[in-house]
Design a binder for this molecule. Structure first.
Ligand code: EPZ
Length: 417
């Protein structure tokens, strides 16, 4: 597993273009199985999770090739419905293939997913919904065998607005007979990007971004060209990085509407933020103010995927900040590593109390998951001396070139593979 060396204490300044969205493109890649034809996906981020998804698609018979930042997938010769176990273990979000392979083949065999250690990652909502669409599901020796003589539209109420479950239902319902309605659907912008992609293929879906999504089954789908939406969490990560260093940045290929919960907290911490159609400007104060409370919530609430990065930023703010993680059971593996750098954080169940300190000190720390790793890089940017972040592979799952990007803004980061 590689590592990043960060020589801290430099102020981030300059302009940067944001990559395409990881959490938008992964369900879209799964959806390419459905049209039995060609899909052109523009601005596809070149990240480890995409490379894993490509290996999965090739393993079931898709042909995949890059043309610069466009990924071209041909799913006409998909022959298998068995998703390789070793690839599912590598990436939890491969569970998104459940809906699309079932939708195409009416059968799918997949092992229980692995991926980020964010506490138990059940898929009970996925299973319950697919059964309502007419699938029979057996669990055998860690594998899920899911099949349906036919898929029939149904009214599905999600007990929790699960992003993955909402996406799997959409993917399984597009070729089903009749109409499916999802109540209490996830409202994340990535769901709207998936709806746009599927409708571009000839599906008939409406309601994404609201909590009721209606999918009218169609007989077949055709080829598609689509540009992936910008990555709102990479945007928030780089804004927090600029904020902790007292910097001034202009980010492009951004949708400011997708990050209102993040920018309102950055303003609370004293940052000046200006927004244009596809750009965002941030100027940080010399010393960040504390934020009384951040509670992570499903969209449009504050995103859980930005919890670690904001915590790192607040370790050197003036005063005490409180963060409550309501979405995942244990998403605080970065806390002990931040404490090793001199942060003052106490955990009480799902709540973290962050007492601002004057400065952090560079040392050896370990990335244990994707966003926790990004948080350690943010802390290293402000720390005195050199911070070594081990476990770079976790970070490269979602960030195309975080070292090059931050160095473009004046940081001093070296990567050792
Ligand atoms: C998606 O994960 C994202 N991943 C996550 O981003 C993100 O943190 C999460 O949504 C919440 O926004 C992708 O889009 C690839 P959920 P997902 O189903 O779909 C519980 C990152 O850093 N739940 O909305 O797995 C679950 O345990 C990643 O980019 C059930 O109980 O999230 C969790 O506590 C990390 N039963 C909560 O719901 C289920 O059947 C949210 O899960 C499904 C979920």
């Amino acid at each position: 597993m590689g590592r990043f060396y960060i020589d801290g204490g430099r102020c981030l300044e300059g302009t940067l273009q944001i990559q395409g969205g990881k959490n938008a493109v992964l369900p879209i890649l799964a959806a390419t199985v459905l049209n039995g034809g060609i899909s052109h996906i523009h601005d596809c981020p070149q990240i480890l999770d995409v490379f894993t998804m490509i290996r999965i698609l090739e393993s079931i018979g898709c042909s995949v090739r890059w043309e610069e930042k466009t990924l071209i997938i041909d799913s006409s010769s998909v022959f298998s419905y068995e998703i390789p176990e070793e690839l599912v273990r590598e990436m939890r979000s491969s569970i998104i293939l459940l809906g699309s392979v079932l939708g195409r083949h009416k059968k799918v065999v997949i092992s229980y997913p692995g991926g980020c250690p964010l506490g138990p990652r059940p898929i009970d909502l996925h299973i319950k919904a697919l059964k309502q669409l007419g699938a029979t599901i057996k669990e055998d020796h860690g594998f899920i065998i899911c099949e349906a003589s036919k898929l029939v539209g149904s009214k599905i109420h999600l007990d929790f607005p699960s992003v993955g479950a909402t996406e799997n239902i959409m993917l399984a319902a597009v070729l089903a007979e009749g109409t499916t309605v999802i109540y209490n659907a996830a409202k994340e912008p990535e769901i709207k990007d998936l709806q746009d992609f599927l409708n571009g293929m000839g599906a008939k879906i409406k309601g994404a971004s609201t909590d009721v999504i209606i999918i009218e089954g169609v007989k077949s789908l055709h080829q598609i060209e689509h540009k992936v939406m910008p990555d709102r969490i990479v945007t928030g990560t780089y804004l927090s990085a600029a904020a902790i260093t007292g910097g001034e940045v202009l980010l492009s290929n951004v949708n400011p509407n997708h990050i209102q919960a993040i920018t309102s907290k950055l303003r609370e911490a004293g940052c000046i933020i200006l927004e244009e159609r596809d750009k965002i400007y941030l100027k940080a104060p010399k010393k960040l103010k504390n934020i009384d409370i951040i509670r992570t919530q499903p969209y449009p609430g504050f995103p859980t995927d930005m919890q670690a990065q904001m915590m790192a930023m607040l370790t050197v703010a003036s005063g005490t900040s409180i963060i409550t993680e309501t979405v995942f059971e244990s998403r605080y593996k970065h806390v002990e590593e931040l404490i090793r750098m001199g942060a003052s954080i106490t955990l009480e169940g799902r709540t973290a109390i962050i007492k601002g300190v004057d400065s952090l000190t560079g040392t050896n720390v370990y990335a244990k998951d994707l966003r926790g790793g990004a948080a350690l890089i943010i802390a290293g940017l402000a720390a005195q001396g050199v911070t070594i972040v081990d476990g770079s592979k976790h970070i490269e799952r979602g960030y195309e070139q975080i070292d090059k990007d931050l160095n473009t803004l004046g940081a001093s980061i070296k990567k050792e593979s």
